[in-house]
Ligand binder design. Structure first.
Ligand code: GLU
Length: 458
């Protein structure tokens, strides 16, 4: 289990040591395919960099960065409406707090397991570093399926979850937020229980709060808007823009709907949206009114996207399918991890798609990502979707000051942060004919956290 500097002497960071590292890493983290996938991708960029930056190698900075600071796993017991006892498994992986308190969302979804939470927390380390804000990295959640649960059941589950989690978090320790299955409603219940248990109104303990009790304007929109701002920067850099582009968006949650809204505001045409039941295709494009309708279907009625086509005869619903076969100029995967396979990536590229900006975390399978990276403009999640956690960071600043910034102020700060992330990608991912945004994001994210770790000693 133990690793020593002898196994990784400065200057020895060649392809053999990458192979050795990955073999050891996979041995130490068996049966965790998503976590392995996320680390493999970053390691391929970081190892060549380490070969020329020995200051990081003799202190095993990257090896330490791939091992979470701690993993908390707990039982969540709650009662459903029929009075039955229910048990779920809760997680919080506190990955790295070198540049700020642990920070990252909570995911409530039936698929949640340790591999998924570890991959998300690892990615968060780099993403949060790229925001330039003082944010460490964590992720958590539970294998709880919110579909079909009543409001009272959601409330009881959130209460039980926070009863276990509250002792591990706090404004200077670890600051959770939302992710899949955790939105404004859940954050309200979680915060309420934290307040009851601690007797403190510590607003900086959770972000994504309602505006009435310490939330920030633009937080709800930030991830989706940021993904579009990042895409626009990638296009502007080569003299193009989003205006007039046909876009496929997947998902119909908070990220997808705000991504679609910003795209339509910027003059692009959004052709698709989706959920786990299938995708909807509207050849006329989704504008604000249609997106608001979908918001009502998803968040008001809590129904599936298929309901949309009843009122829109030109639109079609494709049950059980993903939208990547629809001809488009740009794709915005905003649903979940590994939602674009290699075949789908090939199809997108063959159909003329010239840009992918990832609103979800790790939505492209490994080989799909490699293809995009080689062939088209590709904004990886840790850069393209960092706007959400960035505005969470700004929510924390406002909570500390006990002041609220205006919508215009926050949107302009979000834009500046997305521009800055793009600049960091150029700095670390430039050099060749084509900007490698994956390498840029991985290295820029690594260097800031790595330097902090060196400064803190062992
Ligand atoms: N879950 C979001 C993400 O993947 C936001 C996290 C946060 O705001 O802390 O970055």
């Amino acid at each position: 289990m133990s690793r020593s500097a002898a196994a990784a002497k400065p200057g020895s960071y060649d392809s053999t040591s990458l192979k050795n590292f990955l073999a050891g890493f996979e041995r130490r983290n068996p049966q965790e395919p998503e976590f392995q996938q996320a680390v493999r991708e970053v390691a391929h960029d970081v190892f060549p960099y380490l070969a020329e930056h020995s200051e990081f190698t003799d202190k095993l900075v990257f090896e330490r960065m791939t091992e979470p600071d701690r993993i908390i796993v707990f039982r969540v017991s709650w009662e459903d409406d029929a009075g039955n006892m229910r048990i779920n498994r809760g997680y919080r992986v506190q990955f790295n707090n070198s540049i700020g308190p642990y920070k990252g969302g909570l995911r409530f979804h039936a698929s949640v397991n340790l591999s998924i939470i570890k991959f998300l927390a690892f990615e968060q380390t780099f993403k949060n570093s790229l925001t330039t804000l003082p944010l460490g990295a964590a992720k958590g959640g539970a294998d709880f399926n919110p579909h079909g649960k009543s409001d009272a059941e959601i409330a009881r589950f959130c209460k039980a979850f926070m009863t276990e989690l509250h002792r591990f978090i706090g404004p200077n320790v670890d600051v959770p937020a939302g992710d899949i299955g955790v939105g404004g409603r859940e954050i309200g219940y979680l915060f309420g229980q934290y307040k009851r248990l601690t007797g403190e109104f510590a607003s900086g303990t959770i972000t994504g709060k309602g505006l009435e009790y310490g939330g920030s304007l633009v937080r709800t929109e930030a991830t989706g808007f940021g993904t579009v701002y990042f895409a626009e920067h990638m296009l502007n850099h080569r003299g193009d823009s989003l205006k007039g582009l046909r876009c496929c968006v997947s998902g119909a949650g908070n990220v997808a709907l705000h991504c679609a809204l910003k795209l339509s505001e910027m003059g692009a045409k959004v052709l698709t949206l989706s959920d786990s039941s299938g995708f909807i295709h509207d050849p006329d494009g989704f504008d604000r009114t249609k997106i608001e309708e979908l918001h009502e279907i998803k968040f008001g009625k809590r129904a599936s996207v298929g309901a949309y086509v009843k009122k829109h005869p030109k639109a079609s619903f494709h049950a059980g399918k993903r939208p990547w076969g629809v001809k488009c100029d740009a794709a915005f995967p905003c649903a979940t991890q590994n939602e674009i396979s290699l075949d789908e990536a090939k199809k997108l590229v063959a159909n003329g798609c010239q840009l992918v900006s990832e609103g979800a975390n790790m939505p492209s399978e490994e080989k799909a990502m490699q293809l995009f990276r080689k062939k088209i403009l590709f904004g990886p999640a840790k850069a393209a979707n960092a706007g959400g956690v960035a505005v969470s960071g700004l929510e924390m600043s406002q909570n500390t000051m006990r002041l609220n910034w205006t919508e215009a102020e926050l949107d302009s700060r979000l834009k500046e942060i997305m521009q800055d992330i793009h600049n960091q990608c150029l700095e670390y991912g430039g050099g060749g004919r084509r900007i490698d945004y994956v390498r840029g994001a991985n290295l820029a994210g690594f260097v800031r956290v790595g330097r902090a770790m060196l400064a803190h000693g062992v």
